[in-house]
Structure formats: structure tokens, C-alpha cells
Unconditional design. Sequence first.
Length: 112
Amino acid sequence: MDSSTIAEFLNLIEEKLKDISLKDDLCEEAQRTVELDQQTVGRLSWMDALQVQAMAQAQQPRRDKERTVLSFALKRISESEFGYCDDCGQPIEEARFRLNPAFTNCISGVRG
């Protein structure tokens, strides 16, 4: 893979990491403890707030995992290992990276 293509994937990974951080910021308030104050919030609004909190908390582990694999992809770029299959050492198809730049195996490596 040439350096311009690697730079393109580097930018894509950095954009995805920024997007994850933005989502973290947006979900931070939704994950806080929901206060029961029926004078300011009705019963249904309180239940809605609990549901929003539960969904935000459920999404956090997925974002954390995605952040981890993208950070690992950045490490592979810095160590000049990006673009090569962990199993067989052959180049990974560029189209595969367009789906997910964090892939570490070629199609043959995934199929076993």
C-alpha cells in the first residue's frame, strides 16, 4: 500500500476517533443518574429519561471497543505494519479497509 493511501486511511481513522469522542461528550449527560423529581418531571418523562440513560450506557462499551481497535490501527500505521495480514503477512485488500480500517486480517486469514 502506498503512502498516500495510508495517509488517507490515517485521516479516516482520526475522523472516526473524533466522532467517537463527540458521541462520548453527547452521551455523558444522558448517562448520569436520573433524579426522581415529580414536581418538575412527570412519571412518563422520568421513565423516558431512564430509557435514554440505559441506551447511552449500553452504547458506551461499543464505542470503547471501537476506540481501542482504531487506536491499534494507528499503532500499526506508526510501526509500518498497517495493511498486512496478521496471519499470513500478505497485503490486505484496500476495499476491505474501506469497510473498516481496523481490520488486521485478509479474507483468507478470516476464512482460516
